[in-house]
Design a protein around this ligand. Sequence first.
Ligand SMILES: NC(=O)c1ccc[n+]([C@@H]2O[C@H](COP(=O)([O-])OP(=O)(O)OC[C@H]3O[C@@H](n4cnc5c(N)ncnc54)[C@H](O)[C@@H]3O)[C@@H](O)[C@H]2O)c1
Length: 268
Amino acid sequence: MNLIYAIKDTVPEAHILKLGTMGEYGTPNIDIPEGFFEIEYHGRKDTLPFPKNASSWYHWTKVHDSNNLMFANRVWDLAVTDVMQGVVYGTRTQEIADTGLFTRFDIDEVYGTALNRFTAEAIIDVPLTVYGKGGQTRGFLSLNDSIQCLTLALEKPADHGEYRVLNQFDEKYSVEQLAEMVQRIFERDYGKIPEIAHVDNPRVEKEDHYYNPEHRKLELLGYRRTKNIEDEIRDAISDLSRFRSRLIDLKDTLMPKTFWKKSAYDYT
Ligand SMILES: NC(=O)c1ccc[n+]([C@@H]2O[C@H](COP(=O)([O-])OP(=O)(O)OC[C@H]3O[C@@H](n4cnc5c(N)ncnc54)[C@H](O)[C@@H]3O)[C@@H](O)[C@H]2O)c1
C-alpha cells in the first residue's frame, strides 16, 4: 500500500512489476487462466478475475497484494504487471557466472523449496524428504529464465491503465518426479542412488490433484526457454558441493518441524 500510494502521488506513469506466485491460484480442479476468465452463471456471462485460493498464509499475502494492485489500477489507472511466478530452481545466471556472486539458496523446512532441499539432501547423503504422497504438482522455471521473463516484462511494459497478469513457468512437475529426477542424476553422474523417504506431510494441501495452468503471454512477448531442468540440477549440484560442510551444518533444518495443524502452544 505504501508503494502504491507513493507511485500514485509522485510517479503515476511508472510501471509496477510485482512478483506474485502461481501459488495464489491454489490447485483448482479446472484449468487456470492468466488472471482473468470468462464465466457464465445463471445464464449471464462476465469476464472476471479467476478466483484465488492460496494454500498458505505466505501465498495469501501475495493474493492481497494482487487485489490491492488490481484496485489501484482500476481507480488510478496505474500500469501494473502482476507476475504469477512458478517455483524457481537453479543457482546460475550469466551475471552470477561472471562475478561468482551467488544468490542465497534456502534449503530449510520453512524457506527452502523442495527441489533445493532434495539437491542438498542428495549431496550430504541423507534421504530426499518427499512430503506425503508427493503428487503435489506445481509450475517451475530456472532462475536464469525467471530473470529473462522479468526483463521482458520491463522492456515491454503494461500500458498506462493496464493491469496485466502473466503466468511465469515452463513445465509442471510433481514433488515425487523432482525427487526421482535428482535420484537419476545422482546415479548417472556419481554412481550412487539417494533414498527417497515419504515423510508425514506437515502442511495441509492436496497430494494428488489436477493442475493445468495456461502460460502463453510471455511467449507472445518473446520469451524462449534457455535452460533444461536436468542440466540446471547438475550445475546446482556442482555449485552446492563446494559448500558441502555448510550443508551438513544445516542438516537439522531440513526435516519438517512446523506442523500446520498443531497448536502454537504445542511448540515447546
Ligand atoms: N523462489 C521462488 O521459487 C519464488 C516463486 C514464486 C515467487 N517468488 C517471489 O519472488 C520474489 C523473490 O523470491 P526469492 O526466492 O528470490 O526470495 P529471497 O528471500 O531469496 O530474496 C528476496 C530478496 O529481497 C530482499 N528484501 C527483503 N525485504 C526487502 C526490503 N524491504 N527492501 C529491499 N529488499 C528486500 C532480501 O534481502 C532478499 O535478497 C518474492 O517476492 C517471492 O515471493 C519466488
